[in-house]
Design a protein around this ligand. Structure first.
Ligand SMILES: NC(=O)c1ccc[n+]([C@@H]2O[C@H](COP(=O)([O-])OP(=O)(O)OC[C@H]3O[C@@H](n4cnc5c(N)ncnc54)[C@H](OP(=O)(O)O)[C@@H]3O)[C@@H](O)[C@H]2O)c1
Length: 280
């Protein structure tokens, strides 16, 4: 079979499993925009969510022109308490087969007590409560259909506490544990869940932070590219629950499959817990 035919077949299979709509939360630039481009190229219609309507509208026009897919642009601040409800209302009855949650960072970069608790609460909603409510709503619909996928874009900060990143690492840890648990619950029911834990990636947000922190060569330093990391995540989506970039890729050189360590951990812990809380 020619390479072209193979690619067309792969795209069709991807669309059957994860289509007809993908929702990308945090889609207006960087990693989220890279997801939108690659998902539209596979023929998925896209719901794009972020705060800046103008950036979403520009991306919508580009995706429609290039790929002929349907695109809905939703301006929504995902740190608001009612964000998930508003998102559900905007989506109406569109079948979301793939949910990507990419929004979520830490614009404060301070010690815990140097930022007011209201601001930390807002970060907690953006990084934890809103994705939790979305996983509940979209996951329930996917289970009803017996197919679908979720990608929670996280950070290596999820793996442990870090000075001056207390709420970022805590909230990313919440999201990672949520995603791993959902993977364990849903993996045999047709739903793929992948936490994508990033070390560093070249995004406008990251470059701005590097400039703000006076990092030498902040604008010129080579960083991993969003398009490459997104391609990897889509390739490994069936291979959850957690892909750590770049360590998991480096580990394949030592005979491990991507994500093997976290996968074995979650399977072992779920089996241990089943002895107490049941396996239903
Ligand atoms: N960049 C890195 O090196 C790096 C490292 C580790 C982990 N990550 C993780 O990767 C993800 C994306 O990285 P990134 O932050 O560098 O930026 P990014 O992918 O370039 O952009 C973040 C996106 O989220 C949107 N967003 C931010 N706050 C929002 C809010 N309150 N409501 C709705 N949308 C919002 C932004 O658009 P608007 O401004 O239009 O709202 C933008 O579209 C994050 O989850 C981050 O934790 C990144």
């Amino acid at each position: 079979m020619s390479e072209r035919l193979q690619q067309a077949g792969d795209a069709l299979a991807f669309k059957r499993k994860y289509g007809p709509w993908a929702l990308i939360a945090g889609a207006s630039h960087g990693v989220g925009a890279a997801f939108a481009h690659q998902l539209a190229a596979r023929g998925l219609n896209c719901v794009l969510v972020a705060r800046r309507q103008d950036a979403l509208d520009a991306l919508r026009l580009e995706l429609v022109a290039r790929h002929g897919v349907e695109v809905l642009a939703v301006s929504q601040d995902l740190s608001h308490a009612d964000a998930a409800d508003r998102l559900l209302a905007a989506v109406t009855d569109r079948e979301i087969g793939l949910f990507v949650y990419n929004a979520g960072g830490d614009s404060f970069l301070t010690r815990f007590l140097d930022t007011p608790v209201e601001d930390w609460s807002s970060l907690l909603r953006l990084n934890a409560s809103t994705p939790m409510a979305c996983c509940h709503a979209f996951g329930g619909r996917m289970l009803g259909r017996g197919r679908g996928g979720m990608i929670l874009v996280g950070s290596q900060a999820a793996l442990g506490g870090i000075r001056k990143l207390a709420m970022y690492s805590a909230s990313k840890g919440f999201a990672m544990n949520l995603g791993e648990s959902l993977w364990a619950e849903w993996k045999d029911r047709g739903i793929d869940v992948l936490n994508l834990l990033i070390g560093t990636v070249d995004t406008p947000t990251m470059r701005e932070a590097m400039v703000r922190l006076n990092i030498p060569d902040a604008l010129g330093m080579p960083l991993p590219q969003a398009a490459d990391i997104v391609a990897l995540a889509l390739r490994e989506l069936h291979n959850g629950p957690t892909l750590i970039h770049p360590q998991d890729i480096d580990a394949t050189g030592y005979g491990q499959s991507p994500g093997q360590v976290r996968r074995e951990h979650v399977i072992a812990k779920s089996a241990e817990a089943a002895a107490f809380i049941g396996n239903d």
